[in-house]
Design a protein around this ligand. Sequence first.
Ligand SMILES: [Zn+2]
Length: 182
Amino acid sequence: MSVLDVVNYGDPILRKKCKQVTDFSNLTSFIEDMFDTMYEEEGIGLAANQVGVDMNMFIIDIAHTDEKEFPRIFINGAITKLEGESTFSEGCLSIPQVALEVIRPETILFKYQDINQKWHEEKFYGLLSRAIQHEMDHLNGVLIIDLVDEIQKAKVQKEVNKIKSDSISRIKKNSSDKRFVL
Ligand SMILES: [Zn+2]
């Protein structure tokens, strides 16, 4: 078990449409690491590409807000139906300290595989619906900053630009470090 590095806005993997999972054989330890990372960072959801892995998979745990809920793993998910509309203040582990009022559909029908490759189709609403939509956006290369109007964007532009330039210099530093590792 280990905590992984969360990549931030500016890293190109956050703009990729992630690949479907076809090999389920070695997922368990990666998923455990994702949970460790999410709890360490105090997030309620985490997508694989947020820890640099190109894979259509994400986890959510909202048990602290809804005691009927439990930690969830969603693989190869797809939203099949959207209904209604709601506004909610969202944060993102890849855009630290930035909160945006995001308008999204209220309820969704969602198809996904579990860790045993079994397919499910479930209706989700409330916080779980919102978290699934947020994580599915990640897996399609979409971030909350893309979903708000210019006025909201302008308010956080300075913070977001700083996150982006820090992220890009971190990538440059990592790739130049690697050149000397033989
Ligand atoms: Zn996010």
